[in-house]
Each structure stands twice: as structure tokens, then as C-alpha cells.
Design a protein around this ligand. Structure first.
Ligand SMILES: *[C@@H]1O[C@H](CO)[C@@H](O)[C@H](O)[C@H]1NC(C)=O
Length: 59
């Protein structure tokens, strides 16, 4: 097992810091969202699938 001396740790931190500060490609991504009003059937089986009750019996 290798042990890192304090001086080596300092150099490693300086090297890592210089790598972190490298510029990235800076890609710009645009996402567009739309809102559409629609009818939604929340119980297509006509039952509450969790309690397995008909909608008339489901409180
Ligand atoms: C749900 O209830 C129906 C009607 O009683 C029954 O046929 C069906 O097996 C039940 N489903 C489950 C997962 O218990």
C-alpha cells in the first residue's frame, strides 16, 4: 500500500484543480415544452385498481 506525502498531495491537488478549470465545450441545448388540454380517463378499467372496488363503491 502506498502512502502519499504531504508534498505529493499538494501537487496532486494543484494538478486536479488545473484539470477542473479546463473549459468545456459549453454546448447549449434548448428544450421546448407544450401544454395540451385533453380528456384523461383516470380509471380506464372502471375500477380503483388499488382497492379493486368499482368506482360507485369507491369513496
Ligand atoms: C377484482 O374484483 C373482481 C370482481 O370482484 C374480481 O373478478 C377480480 O379477480 C379482482 N381482482 C383482484 C386482483 O383481486
Amino acid at each position: 500500500m502506498w502512502a502519499m506525502k504531504a508534498g505529493h498531495l499538494l501537487w496532486a491537488l494543484l494538478l486536479m484543480h488545473s484539470l477542473w478549470s479546463l473549459p468545456t465545450d459549453g454546448a447549449i441545448r434548448n428544450y421546448y415544452l407544450g401544454i395540451q388540454d385533453m380528456q384523461w380517463n383516470y380509471a380506464p378499467k372502471g375500477r380503483n385498481v388499488i382497492t379493486n372496488q368499482t368506482l360507485n363503491n369507491d369513496t
